[in-house]
Design a protein around this ligand. Structure first.
Ligand code: ASP
Length: 313
């Protein structure tokens, strides 16, 4: 079974194949609707979305990805409230039961780190991790790397500035690992206040592999040399209520507006997994380097290709 659980499982040949196929899907959608031939590559196969945490992009892009290639889709969008876990049922029991109804794939988002692995251990069908707490978000990393490829034209030798909540931002943990595993010689500058510094295990991952990185609070230091600027919000929901105000205030200290954009190279790309709060001003949306809405769109093409790979016969 082809589970997608962590970004460490990806390698470059896998990415090359996936992004090639995602590119074909993208091209199809570039045509006007009447000239677009439908694809039935997963005709009649069934996708179940089980989301214990809120989501717009991941949930809907998986659902639409499935529908666009002929799948049927069933979704529980607030499993925390509407699934039997509210009555005390365990994640394992839920997956055991849902997978016994013979869907073809289950996409799961959960608040606990390691949830997708626990699900995979009891599932009869492939599990796709759509975010496990502050752990990982591997399909976002695929989306992010595909965006870099399509926006910049290459994936090797990148200088990447990553800012925001590096402690609890799961997209950061997954992106860093996949850049290290799949791309030649990435260099990282991590921009955050000390209280949001990169999670220790991700730093250890970099050190063990001899990857070059720096940590700074200064955007002025990190932005000018970056090919890719990847910004993230503070994951307020993962902090105790009484600490949230203090973290919210930090957001303003590392916000990207017109002035910060001027620090960036003309050929840099500005990415964000969304949703954004105040860390990227809407004033920069019109700049051609601001790629976050394209990034969200590309996510659907990547997920179409990924579903096809997971369910390849
Ligand atoms: N949508 C992304 C995630 O689910 C990023 C975020 O929520 O800040 O991790």
């Amino acid at each position: 079974m082809r589970h997608i659980l962590r970004s460490q499982q990806f390698d470059r040949p896998f990415l090359d194949k996936l992004f090639q196929r995602a590119g074909e899907h993208r091209q199809r959608f570039a045509k006007p609707r009447r000239r677009r031939s439908p694809i039935y590559s997963l005709q009649g196969r069934i996708l179940v979305n089980l989301f214990w945490e809120p989501s717009t992009r991941t949930r809907l892009s998986f659902a639409l990805a499935g529908l666009h290639i002929g799948m049927k889709v069933e979704t529980t969008e607030n499993a925390e409230e509407f699934s039997s876990t509210v009555k005390g049922g365990s994640l394992e029991d839920e997956i055991h039961v849902v997978s016994s109804y013979h869907p073809d794939v289950i996409v799961i988002r959960h608040k606990s780190e390691g949830a997708a692995e626990r699900a995979a251990a009891v599932s009869q069908v492939p599990i796709i991790n759509a975010g496990d707490g502050a752990g990982e978000h591997p399909t976002q990393a695929l989306t992010d790397l595909c965006t870099v490829l399509w926006e910049k034209g290459y994936l090797d030798g990148l200088r990447v500035a990553i800012g925001g909540d590096l402690a609890k931002g799961r997209t950061v943990h997954s992106l860093v690992r996949s850049l290290v595993n799949c791309c030649e010689d990435p260099k990282f500058a991590f921009v955050s206040p000390p209280s949001l510094h990169l999670k220790e295990d991700t730093k250890a991952y970099l050190r063990e592999r001899g990857v070059c990185f720096s940590e700074t609070e200064s955007m002025r230091e990190a932005l000018p040399s970056a090919d890719v600027v990847y910004w993230t919000r503070v994951q307020l929901e993962r902090y105790p209520v009484e600490e949230r105000q203090q973290y919210e205030d930090l957001t303003r200290q590392y916000a990207i507006g017109i002035k910060e954009l001027e620090l960036m190279r003309d050929d840099a790309v500005l990415m964000h997994p969304l949703p954004r709060n105040e860390e990227v001003s809407p004033d920069v949306d019109a700049d051609p380097r601001a790629a976050y809405f394209r990034q969200a769109e590309y996510g659907m093409y990547v997920r179409m290709a990924l579903l096809e790979w997971v369910l390849e016969e």
